[in-house]
Design a protein around this ligand. Structure first.
Ligand code: SAH
Length: 249
């Protein structure tokens, strides 16, 4: 199941291979998506479609059929045209990895459509422009075009990875002011054990501060760090200390 807060449809525009439609149904079954819309498809009762649906042929039978893309999109609120062509769509394209972030602010109950094109020629510019945005799936090889059903799997997987209404519970991040006492503890201990050469103290401490800030410790991790420095401070309380350069032991 992808999300409880929006309704999701997959729309295929003029799919040409029955096997691909079946494989799309299989992918939808994998991710708990039930609504398939087909614009002028090839024969959906072909044995290849049923075979590749792998037990999800109910989606095939229950799919709604439309004469054109605007009709299929009529009751949707946001639609994403999957296309690798971005040339004339500057500013209206996102990458598939950004898809979950696109849906975060959607009002509850919105209907979202993911639109995919023909195997041979993809979506026309007119069809892409019917949609709210274009989505490209990043690829690395010389050929950027995925199989239709594989493109659907990637899209559903991306949405599954970070559904907007089910983001994992996160401990809160402490404000910067709460990091400062930990840094001071750290500096006290490191000074006391002679870890830092005084001539480059500021640079070294600055680096360590940056390193720890980059790790974005949450409140639990910050108390762990504070506990660690306190324990160290306590343990070396009666130790005479060592100046940098003094022999060890
Ligand atoms: N030969 C067509 C590709 C068709 S692949 C072309 O060059 O445009 C069938 C559909 O899968 C495409 O219309 C698109 O919706 C989707 N698709 C395939 N590869 C994609 C990619 N890299 N990014 C976004 N969508 C892709």
């Amino acid at each position: 199941m992808l999300s409880k807060h929006y309704q999701l449809s997959v729309i295929l525009v003029e799919p040409q291979h029955p096997g691909n439609i079946g494989a799309v149904c299989r992918a939808m079954g994998n991710y708990g998506v039930h609504e398939l819309r087909l614009v002028r498809p090839c024969d959906t009762s072909h044995p290849d479609a049923v075979a590749l649906a792998a037990g999800n042929d109910d989606l095939l039978r229950e799919a709604s059929h439309f004469a054109d893309l605007p009709a299929a999109l009529a009751d949707t609120h946001q639609s994403y045209a999957f296309t690798r062509r971005s040339g004339r769509l500057r500013g209206r394209m996102v990458e598939s990895t950004d898809l979950p972030a696109q849906l975060i602010d959607l009002p509850r109950g919105s209907h979202v459509a993911l639109v995919f094109g023909r195997e041979r020629s993809g979506l026309t510019l007119d069809e892409i422009i019917c949609c709210s945005k274009g989505v490209a799936i990043p690829t690395l090889g010389a050929k950027g075009s995925l199989n239709l059903a594989q493109a659907v799997v990637v899209a559903l997987y991306e949405l599954h990875r970070r559904p907007p209404d089910e983001s994992p519970p996160q401990d809160t991040l402490p404000p910067r002011s709460e990091l400062e006492p930990m840094f001071l503890q750290m500096e006290t201990v490191l000074d006391r054990i002679g870890f830092v050469n005084q001539s480059c103290r500021a640079a070294s401490m600055g680096r360590l501060r940056l390193l720890l800030q980059r790790a974005r410790p949450d409140t639990t991790e910050l108390s762990l760090l504070r506990g660690m420095w306190s324990q160290l401070e306590q343990s070396i309380k009666d130790w005479p200390g060592r100046k940098r350069g003094e022999p060890k032991g």
